[in-house]
Design a protein around this ligand. Structure first.
Ligand SMILES: CCCCC/C=C\C/C=C\C/C=C\CCC(=O)SCCNC(=O)CCNC(=O)[C@H](O)C(C)(C)COP(=O)(O)OP(=O)(O)OC[C@H]1O[C@@H](n2cnc3c(N)ncnc32)[C@H](O)[C@@H]1OP(=O)(O)O
Ligand SMILES: Cc1cc2nc3c(=O)[nH]c(=O)nc-3n(C[C@H](O)[C@H](O)[C@H](O)COP(=O)(O)OP(=O)(O)OC[C@H]3O[C@@H](n4cnc5c(N)ncnc54)[C@H](O)[C@@H]3O)c2cc1C
Length: 616
């Protein structure tokens, strides 16, 4: 199909090599080539062809995705793939923006076995689980409790005579609920999204399991029922840590899809007039459209950068823990908690903005933006609800203030809290990314001190830390967000500095995005900078001007920057986001293919006939 002339023109501009940026995003040219190879292995294989999942009922969708997920597993094994990113490439190429039915088996059943089973148990369960000879799920949440793990009601009573645990869900609120991939007892019914996953319920009534079913790498129960605690009790939380550490990159992936669709479509869509009689401009030429999408484009790059960094950090900490060193578990936990919470929340807001920016067609499943949204938005609740996780980060920051007072060295990711920040010189409208990072770190430091003063005062008054925290949860959550933004901006600036050395033209355009991210973050909290007397009104006016100027620099690069995400049309599965920009013709073709247009709507005639006969 010929290229839409608008997109053709957009691709003639630009100041950087798109392919080189794709290689950077993939982690090197070889990884790009391998990703292309794996995508083609899926896209050319007829087993992965099937009905358009956007037209399917819940039951049909589950069946089709299970069929495809099994094919993904076979293809992954056939190609001897064991790298998580390469396995994700095969999965994403097949799932059409859905979450596959066996996802929880991999991320929430196999992972904990790997983390907490002893060698014997690994032989017995991990090996067959990895071969899908046993299919598992993660049944932690109950009808009555999900966030408050210590409130869970399920019982496991040890029967010393039979060396067994007797499992019971003694109350209705104890019923295991939301259990992804739980095919034993029942499905919890239709959901907002996640139609590919059978989230189940599980009632336990005197279910007996052998003593050695308790994963024993960390804690264990001896024959006489004595519980031997793990060296570090918090390691039992590790299975949740793994998914949380991975979810920032999942957020970046989903936001990158949404901005690709919205920016390509915004170049194809012409609407209204700027100068009467001069034709309808591309909607991406409107400053308001740029203001919707360019901060999100910058955010997608920022989230990808910090998502890769978080995964690396987490795997380093897991290796240290495997060798018995737990000193970075707390930092890993609060970084994963904060980044998972902030990134997935801002991502689902961003996907909605991308949908809105596509007007009515964004509301059509032809765009796939609704599909990407309803499947992504679960990530702000699942694996730790947003506020819950931010409070974890906030409590850690309160401890950092105490550590600072006591002269205890801080973890690297919070070292800036120990830095002194002088008030900024007057800002013009070309503030560099390092100055923006300093400002964001300054705000987080001041906010942490401010919140800590309230919590301390409350603690003095009540002597109860939980009460003190509970009274100030709103500002504790904001404090955790401010810190997490400092972590994100630091990772982005660090990566861009590195790329400026290795590939100046790519680095330059990314530095513009980094400035957009930083200026947007500062303007979103401008009151704090005035209140802390770090910035003046003139500074804020100048960086507002800077933001609009940055949009003019990014406008000719925008399509190339989303092309660099390198989503194959069949992976993006969006008519608005097609690489060739041939939207209208394919929208019409897609609509005509809808089963709704195929079935003779006998029901319509039947009931309208009744209406006519009723002679109202
Ligand atoms: C790999 C690829 C991924 C791709 C995924 C794609 C699709 C799938 C998408 C989404 C996932 C799908 C399904 C999700 C499955 C689930 O949802 S499983 C259930 C998840 N449930 C939760 O996350 C529960 C959230 N609640 C909690 O974690 C805890 O209740 C709490 C809020 C942390 C409170 O803990 P509690 O023990 O009650 O008290 P306290 O806060 O005091 O914590 C005690 C100490 O333990 C430390 N800690 C807490 N959590 C962790 C952890 N995870 N790791 C390490 N350490 C932890 C905490 O900091 C305290 O330490 P102190 O030093 O004592 O302060
Ligand atoms: C798509 C999806 C898949 C899932 N898959 C699984 C799975 O496979 N296995 C599994 O075990 N679970 C699963 N879950 C459950 C998920 O882990 C829980 O929904 C999540 O942990 C939130 O707990 P909750 O639902 O009890 O919400 P609640 O904790 O009841 O939250 C409700 C509200 O109360 C607030 N709140 C709660 N506690 C506090 C507090 N201490 N301070 C301030 N505010 C508070 C929250 O911020 C929130 O606004 C899944 C959920 C979803 C949506």
């Amino acid at each position: 199909m010929p290229m839409n002339p608008d997109l053709e023109k957009e691709r003639q501009g630009g100041t950087f090599d798109v392919e080189q940026l794709t290689h950077i995003l993939d982690g090197g040219r070889d990884k790009t080539l391998k990703r292309h190879f794996l995508e083609q292995e899926v896209l050319k294989d007829p087993v992965f062809r099937g009905p358009d999942t956007r037209f399917l009922s819940r039951e049909e969708l589950f069946g089709e995705l299970l069929r495809k997920h099994v094919a993904v597993i076979k293809k992954t094994q056939e190609l001897s793939i064991d790298d998580i990113n390469e396995a994700s490439t095969i999965y994403s190429a097949a799932m059409n923006n859905n979450v596959g039915p066996l996802t929880l088996h991999s991320v929430a059943f196999v992972a904990p076995l790997d983390l907490m089973a002893d060698d014997e148990q690994k032989k017995k369960w991990l090996i067959p689980a990895k071969k899908y000879e046993i299919i598992g799920c993660y049944a932690q949440t109950e009808l009555g409790h999900g966030s408050f793990i210590r409130g869970l009601e399920t019982r496991a009573d040890y029967d010393v005579n039979t060396q067994q645990f007797v499992l019971n869900t003694p109350t209705e609120t104890a019923i295991k609920w939301w259990v992804g991939g739980c095919v034993a007892v029942g499905d919890i019914g239709p959901k907002f999204g996640f139609g590919g996953v059978d989230n189940g319920y599980l009632c336990l009534n005197n279910v007996r399991i052998p003593r050695d079913n308790l994963l024993a790498k960390t804690g264990k129960v001896l024959e006489d029922g004595t519980y031997v605690k793990p060296e570090n009790p918090k390691v039992v939380y590790g299975s949740m840590l793994g998914i949380r550490a991975a979810l920032p990159k999942v957020g970046a992936y989903n936001l990158s899809k949404a901005v690709t669709i919205a920016i390509r479509y915004s170049c194809v869509r012409h609407q209204s007039e700027i100068k009467p009689g001069c034709g309808e401009p591309q909607v991406l030429d409107y400053q308001t459209q740029q203001h919707k999408l360019f901060p999100l484009l910058a955010t997608a790059y920022a989230f990808h950068t910090v998502g890769v960094w978080m995964l690396d950090f987490h795997s380093t900490v897991m290796n240290e823990i495997n060798e018995g060193h737990y000193h970075r578990l707390a930092e890993d936990h609060v970084l994963a908690a904060g980044l998972k919470a902030v990134i997935n929340w801002k991502t689902h807001e961003g996907i909605e903005i991308c949908r809105f920016s596509c007007g009515g067609h964004g509301y059509s499943l032809a765009s796939s933006l609704p599909v990407i949204y309803v499947n992504h938005v679960a990530n702000s609740t699942a694996e730790g609800e947003t506020v819950i996780l931010l409070l974890q980060t906030a409590v850690y920051l309160m401890k950092c203030v105490i550590d600072l007072e006591q002269g205890t060295p801080l973890d690297p990711s919070v070292a800036y809290l120990d830095q002194s920040f002088s008030k900024s010189e007057q800002w013009c409208s070309d503030v560099d990314m390092h100055s923006l990072l300093k400002a964001i770190q300054f705000r987080s430091k001041k906010f942490t001190e401010y919140v800590s003063s309230f919590v301390k005062k409350e603690l003095m008054a009540t002597g109860n830390q939980q009460l003190a925290f509970n009274k100030h949860k709103v500002i504790l959550v904001e404090c955790a967000k401010a810190h997490t933004e400092a972590v994100i901006m630091n990772a982005f600036v660090t990566k861009v500095d590195e790329i400026l050395q290795s590939n100046p033209s790519v680095g330059k355009v990314l530095s513009l995005l980094c400035q957009i991210y930083g200026v947007t973050e500062i303007l979103a909290h401008s009151g704090d900078y005035i209140q802390y007397e770090y910035l003046r009104k003139i500074d804020l006016d100048n960086i507002q001007d800077q933001l609009f100027k940055l949009y003019t620099y990014i406008r000719p690069e925008a399509v190339l920057l989303v092309d660099a995400f390198d989503f194959h049309d069949e992976v993006l599965k969006s008519i608005l986001g097609r690489y060739d920009g041939q939207v209208y013709e394919n929208m019409f073709k897609w609509a005509k293919a809808s089963p709704f247009n195929k079935q003779d709507q006998g029901t319509f005639r039947k009931y309208i006939q009744q209406l006519k006969q009723a002679k109202l």
